[in-house]
Design a protein around this ligand. Structure first.
Ligand SMILES: *Cc1c(COP(=O)(O)O)cnc(C)c1O
Length: 345
Protein backbone atom coordinates (compact mmCIF):
# COMPACT_ATOMS: atom_id res chain seq x y z
CA UNK A 1 0.00 0.00 0.00
CA UNK A 2 1.14 3.52 -0.79
CA UNK A 3 1.43 5.80 2.27
CA UNK A 4 -1.99 7.17 3.19
CA UNK A 5 -0.73 10.70 2.64
CA UNK A 6 -0.18 9.89 -1.05
CA UNK A 7 -3.62 8.33 -1.45
CA UNK A 8 -5.68 11.04 0.28
CA UNK A 9 -6.49 14.24 -1.63
CA UNK A 10 -4.24 17.12 -0.56
CA UNK A 11 -7.11 19.34 0.61
CA UNK A 12 -8.52 16.53 2.76
CA UNK A 13 -5.17 15.60 4.23
CA UNK A 14 -4.62 19.17 5.39
CA UNK A 15 -8.26 19.81 6.33
CA UNK A 16 -8.98 21.33 9.72
CA UNK A 17 -12.38 19.79 10.51
CA UNK A 18 -15.31 21.66 12.01
CA UNK A 19 -15.11 21.53 15.76
CA UNK A 20 -18.52 21.36 17.39
CA UNK A 21 -19.40 22.24 20.96
CA UNK A 22 -19.83 18.56 21.64
CA UNK A 23 -16.32 17.83 20.26
CA UNK A 24 -14.73 20.38 22.53
CA UNK A 25 -16.48 19.13 25.64
CA UNK A 26 -17.72 15.55 25.73
CA UNK A 27 -17.23 14.59 29.38
CA UNK A 28 -20.17 13.31 31.41
CA UNK A 29 -19.47 15.09 34.72
CA UNK A 30 -20.93 18.47 33.80
CA UNK A 31 -24.63 19.14 34.35
CA UNK A 32 -25.16 22.63 32.96
CA UNK A 33 -24.76 22.79 29.19
CA UNK A 34 -24.78 26.34 27.89
CA UNK A 35 -22.30 25.79 25.09
CA UNK A 36 -24.22 24.73 21.96
CA UNK A 37 -27.04 27.27 21.63
CA UNK A 38 -29.55 24.48 22.18
CA UNK A 39 -33.00 25.08 23.60
CA UNK A 40 -33.03 23.90 27.27
CA UNK A 41 -36.60 22.60 26.82
CA UNK A 42 -37.88 19.47 25.04
CA UNK A 43 -35.54 16.88 26.53
CA UNK A 44 -34.04 14.68 25.05
CA UNK A 45 -34.49 15.96 21.48
CA UNK A 46 -33.21 19.44 22.29
CA UNK A 47 -29.60 18.22 22.56
CA UNK A 48 -27.20 17.54 19.70
CA UNK A 49 -26.37 13.82 19.49
CA UNK A 50 -22.89 12.39 20.09
CA UNK A 51 -20.98 13.16 16.86
CA UNK A 52 -18.87 10.00 17.28
CA UNK A 53 -21.72 7.74 18.49
CA UNK A 54 -19.55 6.30 21.27
CA UNK A 55 -22.21 4.28 23.14
CA UNK A 56 -23.50 2.78 19.92
CA UNK A 57 -20.01 1.85 18.71
CA UNK A 58 -19.31 0.10 22.03
CA UNK A 59 -22.33 -2.12 21.36
CA UNK A 60 -21.31 -2.75 17.75
CA UNK A 61 -17.85 -3.81 18.93
CA UNK A 62 -19.46 -6.57 21.00
CA UNK A 63 -21.47 -7.93 18.08
CA UNK A 64 -19.05 -7.40 15.19
CA UNK A 65 -15.71 -7.87 16.97
CA UNK A 66 -14.27 -4.62 15.60
CA UNK A 67 -12.76 -2.02 17.99
CA UNK A 68 -14.52 1.36 18.14
CA UNK A 69 -11.61 3.27 16.60
CA UNK A 70 -11.98 1.08 13.51
CA UNK A 71 -15.70 1.86 13.04
CA UNK A 72 -17.31 4.68 11.04
CA UNK A 73 -21.09 5.07 11.22
CA UNK A 74 -22.99 6.89 8.51
CA UNK A 75 -26.39 7.78 7.11
CA UNK A 76 -26.77 4.35 5.48
CA UNK A 77 -24.01 2.63 3.55
CA UNK A 78 -24.68 5.41 1.06
CA UNK A 79 -22.60 7.80 3.15
CA UNK A 80 -19.87 5.20 3.67
CA UNK A 81 -19.76 4.73 -0.13
CA UNK A 82 -19.73 8.43 -1.03
CA UNK A 83 -17.10 9.57 1.49
CA UNK A 84 -14.17 7.56 0.07
CA UNK A 85 -14.65 9.36 -3.27
CA UNK A 86 -14.43 12.69 -1.49
CA UNK A 87 -11.47 11.51 0.58
CA UNK A 88 -9.33 9.78 -2.03
CA UNK A 89 -10.41 10.76 -5.56
CA UNK A 90 -9.44 14.04 -7.21
CA UNK A 91 -12.36 14.88 -9.55
CA UNK A 92 -11.44 14.77 -13.23
CA UNK A 93 -8.15 13.03 -12.55
CA UNK A 94 -8.44 9.89 -10.42
CA UNK A 95 -10.41 6.74 -11.22
CA UNK A 96 -11.86 3.68 -9.51
CA UNK A 97 -12.16 0.06 -10.67
CA UNK A 98 -15.17 -2.14 -9.85
CA UNK A 99 -16.61 -5.53 -10.63
CA UNK A 100 -19.56 -5.62 -13.08
CA UNK A 101 -22.42 -6.30 -12.55
CA UNK A 102 -22.67 -5.00 -9.00
CA UNK A 103 -24.50 -2.55 -6.72
CA UNK A 104 -25.37 0.66 -8.59
CA UNK A 105 -24.35 3.18 -5.92
CA UNK A 106 -20.62 2.81 -6.55
CA UNK A 107 -21.09 4.14 -10.08
CA UNK A 108 -23.63 6.84 -9.13
CA UNK A 109 -21.27 8.23 -6.49
CA UNK A 110 -18.40 8.15 -9.01
CA UNK A 111 -20.53 10.15 -11.46
CA UNK A 112 -21.59 12.66 -8.80
CA UNK A 113 -17.98 13.18 -7.81
CA UNK A 114 -16.77 13.36 -11.44
CA UNK A 115 -14.51 10.33 -10.98
CA UNK A 116 -13.92 7.87 -13.83
CA UNK A 117 -15.54 4.47 -13.15
CA UNK A 118 -13.89 1.39 -14.71
CA UNK A 119 -16.11 -1.70 -14.65
CA UNK A 120 -14.51 -5.14 -15.11
CA UNK A 121 -16.89 -7.89 -16.18
CA UNK A 122 -17.25 -10.98 -13.97
CA UNK A 123 -17.20 -14.37 -15.70
CA UNK A 124 -20.33 -16.36 -16.56
CA UNK A 125 -20.37 -17.86 -13.03
CA UNK A 126 -20.26 -14.29 -11.68
CA UNK A 127 -16.74 -14.79 -10.32
CA UNK A 128 -13.90 -12.29 -10.37
CA UNK A 129 -10.29 -12.64 -11.43
CA UNK A 130 -7.86 -10.63 -9.36
CA UNK A 131 -5.48 -10.26 -12.29
CA UNK A 132 -8.17 -8.67 -14.48
CA UNK A 133 -9.15 -6.15 -11.81
CA UNK A 134 -5.52 -5.26 -11.14
CA UNK A 135 -4.84 -4.95 -14.89
CA UNK A 136 -7.60 -2.31 -15.12
CA UNK A 137 -5.82 -0.04 -12.62
CA UNK A 138 -3.27 2.65 -13.39
CA UNK A 139 -1.36 5.23 -11.35
CA UNK A 140 -4.56 7.27 -10.89
CA UNK A 141 -6.66 4.37 -9.54
CA UNK A 142 -7.47 5.08 -5.89
CA UNK A 143 -10.16 2.53 -5.09
CA UNK A 144 -11.21 -0.98 -6.15
CA UNK A 145 -14.86 -1.84 -5.37
CA UNK A 146 -15.83 -5.42 -4.54
CA UNK A 147 -19.21 -6.59 -3.24
CA UNK A 148 -19.50 -10.03 -1.65
CA UNK A 149 -22.04 -11.58 -1.50
CA UNK A 150 -22.60 -9.58 -4.67
CA UNK A 151 -25.75 -7.69 -5.63
CA UNK A 152 -27.62 -8.47 -7.92
CA UNK A 153 -26.00 -11.88 -8.50
CA UNK A 154 -26.24 -13.09 -4.88
CA UNK A 155 -23.09 -15.23 -4.87
CA UNK A 156 -20.04 -14.79 -2.68
CA UNK A 157 -16.90 -13.98 -4.60
CA UNK A 158 -13.86 -16.23 -4.32
CA UNK A 159 -12.16 -15.25 -1.05
CA UNK A 160 -8.63 -16.01 -2.24
CA UNK A 161 -9.14 -13.86 -5.34
CA UNK A 162 -10.41 -10.98 -3.16
CA UNK A 163 -7.36 -11.31 -0.92
CA UNK A 164 -5.16 -11.31 -4.04
CA UNK A 165 -6.71 -7.98 -5.07
CA UNK A 166 -6.16 -6.54 -1.58
CA UNK A 167 -2.51 -7.59 -1.36
CA UNK A 168 -1.78 -6.81 -5.02
CA UNK A 169 -3.12 -3.25 -5.04
CA UNK A 170 -1.32 -0.14 -3.82
CA UNK A 171 -4.54 1.81 -3.21
CA UNK A 172 -7.74 1.24 -1.24
CA UNK A 173 -9.90 -1.88 -1.65
CA UNK A 174 -13.51 -1.58 -0.42
CA UNK A 175 -15.40 -4.83 0.14
CA UNK A 176 -19.14 -4.32 0.65
CA UNK A 177 -20.39 -7.10 2.94
CA UNK A 178 -23.98 -5.83 3.25
CA UNK A 179 -25.22 -9.43 2.98
CA UNK A 180 -22.53 -11.27 4.96
CA UNK A 181 -25.02 -12.03 7.78
CA UNK A 182 -26.76 -14.41 5.36
CA UNK A 183 -23.56 -16.10 4.24
CA UNK A 184 -21.72 -19.02 5.80
CA UNK A 185 -18.40 -17.66 4.50
CA UNK A 186 -15.95 -16.07 6.90
CA UNK A 187 -16.40 -12.29 6.56
CA UNK A 188 -13.51 -10.19 5.25
CA UNK A 189 -13.86 -7.78 8.17
CA UNK A 190 -11.97 -10.39 10.20
CA UNK A 191 -8.89 -9.71 8.00
CA UNK A 192 -8.70 -5.96 8.67
CA UNK A 193 -5.72 -6.16 11.02
CA UNK A 194 -3.56 -7.67 8.27
CA UNK A 195 -4.66 -5.24 5.52
CA UNK A 196 -4.28 -1.49 6.14
CA UNK A 197 -5.71 -0.71 2.65
CA UNK A 198 -8.98 -2.58 3.28
CA UNK A 199 -12.34 -0.97 4.04
CA UNK A 200 -15.28 -3.30 4.78
CA UNK A 201 -18.88 -2.05 4.61
CA UNK A 202 -21.79 -3.44 6.65
CA UNK A 203 -25.34 -2.16 7.11
CA UNK A 204 -28.32 -2.28 9.44
CA UNK A 205 -30.64 -2.29 6.40
CA UNK A 206 -30.73 -6.02 5.66
CA UNK A 207 -30.32 -8.74 8.34
CA UNK A 208 -31.03 -6.24 11.14
CA UNK A 209 -34.33 -5.21 9.57
CA UNK A 210 -33.64 -1.48 10.05
CA UNK A 211 -33.53 0.00 6.53
CA UNK A 212 -35.73 2.90 7.67
CA UNK A 213 -33.33 4.27 10.29
CA UNK A 214 -30.46 4.70 7.75
CA UNK A 215 -27.40 3.33 9.49
CA UNK A 216 -24.36 2.00 7.66
CA UNK A 217 -20.94 0.95 8.89
CA UNK A 218 -17.41 1.16 7.51
CA UNK A 219 -14.66 -0.85 9.20
CA UNK A 220 -11.04 0.10 8.49
CA UNK A 221 -7.71 1.03 10.06
CA UNK A 222 -7.91 3.75 12.75
CA UNK A 223 -6.05 6.09 10.36
CA UNK A 224 -8.67 5.71 7.61
CA UNK A 225 -11.56 5.99 10.11
CA UNK A 226 -10.05 9.20 11.47
CA UNK A 227 -10.23 10.70 7.96
CA UNK A 228 -13.83 9.53 7.50
CA UNK A 229 -14.69 11.28 10.78
CA UNK A 230 -12.96 14.46 9.68
CA UNK A 231 -14.94 14.67 6.43
CA UNK A 232 -18.43 13.57 7.53
CA UNK A 233 -21.17 15.99 8.60
CA UNK A 234 -20.65 16.57 12.35
CA UNK A 235 -23.99 15.06 13.43
CA UNK A 236 -24.49 12.60 10.58
CA UNK A 237 -26.28 9.96 12.67
CA UNK A 238 -29.27 11.36 14.54
CA UNK A 239 -30.35 10.50 18.08
CA UNK A 240 -33.40 8.46 17.06
CA UNK A 241 -31.27 6.26 14.83
CA UNK A 242 -28.60 5.80 17.49
CA UNK A 243 -31.21 4.78 20.06
CA UNK A 244 -33.07 2.40 17.77
CA UNK A 245 -29.84 0.67 16.77
CA UNK A 246 -28.84 0.31 20.45
CA UNK A 247 -32.17 -1.40 21.08
CA UNK A 248 -31.62 -3.86 18.25
CA UNK A 249 -28.05 -4.62 19.34
CA UNK A 250 -29.27 -5.54 22.81
CA UNK A 251 -31.05 -8.50 21.23
CA UNK A 252 -28.94 -9.81 18.33
CA UNK A 253 -30.64 -13.19 18.71
CA UNK A 254 -33.76 -11.71 17.15
CA UNK A 255 -31.68 -10.98 14.05
CA UNK A 256 -30.25 -14.51 14.06
CA UNK A 257 -33.79 -15.85 14.20
CA UNK A 258 -34.85 -13.78 11.18
CA UNK A 259 -31.79 -14.88 9.25
CA UNK A 260 -32.52 -18.57 9.94
CA UNK A 261 -36.16 -18.14 8.88
CA UNK A 262 -35.17 -16.33 5.70
CA UNK A 263 -32.55 -18.93 4.80
CA UNK A 264 -35.16 -21.67 5.20
CA UNK A 265 -37.57 -19.77 2.98
CA UNK A 266 -34.78 -19.13 0.49
CA UNK A 267 -34.14 -22.87 0.10
CA UNK A 268 -37.84 -23.54 -0.36
CA UNK A 269 -38.41 -20.70 -2.83
CA UNK A 270 -35.38 -21.56 -4.95
CA UNK A 271 -36.45 -25.20 -5.18
CA UNK A 272 -39.92 -24.11 -6.25
CA UNK A 273 -38.48 -21.75 -8.88
CA UNK A 274 -36.36 -24.56 -10.30
CA UNK A 275 -39.61 -26.46 -10.96
CA UNK A 276 -41.33 -23.58 -12.79
CA UNK A 277 -41.55 -24.09 -16.57
CA UNK A 278 -40.92 -20.33 -17.03
CA UNK A 279 -37.70 -20.43 -14.98
CA UNK A 280 -34.59 -21.45 -16.91
CA UNK A 281 -32.01 -21.17 -14.17
CA UNK A 282 -31.70 -20.37 -10.47
CA UNK A 283 -28.31 -18.95 -9.55
CA UNK A 284 -26.52 -19.95 -6.33
CA UNK A 285 -26.78 -17.31 -3.61
CA UNK A 286 -25.34 -16.37 -0.21
CA UNK A 287 -27.75 -13.47 0.40
CA UNK A 288 -31.42 -12.82 1.27
CA UNK A 289 -32.30 -12.80 -2.42
CA UNK A 290 -31.55 -14.83 -5.51
CA UNK A 291 -31.32 -14.29 -9.22
CA UNK A 292 -33.49 -16.35 -11.56
CA UNK A 293 -33.20 -16.52 -15.34
CA UNK A 294 -36.71 -16.57 -16.80
CA UNK A 295 -38.11 -17.22 -20.27
CA UNK A 296 -39.15 -13.56 -20.57
CA UNK A 297 -38.25 -11.41 -17.56
CA UNK A 298 -39.98 -8.23 -18.77
CA UNK A 299 -43.32 -9.92 -19.44
CA UNK A 300 -43.25 -11.86 -16.20
CA UNK A 301 -42.26 -8.74 -14.27
CA UNK A 302 -45.20 -6.79 -15.76
CA UNK A 303 -47.55 -9.68 -15.04
CA UNK A 304 -46.45 -9.75 -11.39
CA UNK A 305 -46.85 -5.97 -11.06
CA UNK A 306 -50.45 -6.35 -12.26
CA UNK A 307 -50.96 -8.78 -9.42
CA UNK A 308 -49.42 -6.41 -6.88
CA UNK A 309 -46.23 -8.45 -6.47
CA UNK A 310 -43.03 -6.51 -7.07
CA UNK A 311 -39.69 -8.17 -7.79
CA UNK A 312 -36.62 -6.54 -9.34
CA UNK A 313 -36.23 -6.78 -13.09
CA UNK A 314 -32.51 -7.00 -13.86
CA UNK A 315 -32.80 -7.95 -17.52
CA UNK A 316 -30.97 -4.84 -18.71
CA UNK A 317 -27.98 -5.45 -16.44
CA UNK A 318 -24.89 -6.92 -18.12
CA UNK A 319 -24.71 -10.74 -17.77
CA UNK A 320 -28.23 -10.74 -16.25
CA UNK A 321 -30.36 -10.93 -19.40
CA UNK A 322 -33.88 -12.17 -18.59
CA UNK A 323 -33.08 -12.26 -14.89
CA UNK A 324 -35.37 -11.32 -12.04
CA UNK A 325 -33.96 -10.65 -8.59
CA UNK A 326 -36.20 -12.10 -5.90
CA UNK A 327 -35.97 -10.86 -2.31
CA UNK A 328 -36.96 -13.51 0.24
CA UNK A 329 -40.12 -12.40 2.05
CA UNK A 330 -42.34 -13.94 4.70
CA UNK A 331 -43.80 -17.34 3.96
CA UNK A 332 -47.18 -15.92 2.88
CA UNK A 333 -45.55 -13.38 0.57
CA UNK A 334 -43.36 -16.02 -1.02
CA UNK A 335 -46.42 -18.21 -1.53
CA UNK A 336 -48.26 -15.35 -3.26
CA UNK A 337 -45.33 -14.95 -5.63
CA UNK A 338 -45.23 -18.68 -6.35
CA UNK A 339 -48.93 -19.06 -6.92
CA UNK A 340 -48.94 -16.07 -9.30
CA UNK A 341 -46.04 -17.55 -11.27
CA UNK A 342 -47.71 -20.97 -11.40
CA UNK A 343 -50.75 -19.35 -13.00
CA UNK A 344 -48.65 -17.49 -15.59
CA UNK A 345 -49.06 -18.62 -19.17
C1 LIG B 1 -28.81 -2.94 0.28
C2 LIG B 1 -27.34 -2.71 0.08
C3 LIG B 1 -26.65 -1.81 0.91
C4 LIG B 1 -27.36 -1.05 2.00
O1 LIG B 1 -27.34 0.29 1.77
P1 LIG B 1 -27.86 1.25 2.95
O2 LIG B 1 -27.55 2.61 2.43
O3 LIG B 1 -27.05 0.90 4.17
O4 LIG B 1 -29.29 0.98 3.15
C5 LIG B 1 -25.30 -1.66 0.74
N1 LIG B 1 -24.64 -2.35 -0.21
C6 LIG B 1 -25.27 -3.22 -1.01
C7 LIG B 1 -24.50 -3.97 -2.01
C8 LIG B 1 -26.64 -3.41 -0.89
O5 LIG B 1 -27.24 -4.26 -1.73
Amino acid sequence: MKPLEQLVRKNIWSLAPYSSARDEYSGKEAHVFLDANENPYNDPYNRYPDPLQRDLKAQITKVKGIPAEMIFLGNGSDEAIDLPYRIFCEPGRDNVVAIEPTYGMYRVCADINNVEYRPVLLDERYQLYADQLLAATDEHTKIIWICSPNNPTGNSLDRDEILKVITGFQGIVIVDEAYSDFSSQKPLRMELAAHPNLIVLNTFSKAWGLAAIRLGMAFASPDIIAIYNKVKYPYNVNLLTQRQAMEALKDPFETDKWVKLLLGERTRLMAAFAELPICEKVYPTDANFFLAKMTDAQKIYDYLVDRGVIVRNRTRVQLCQNCLRITIGMKGENNELLSALRQYN
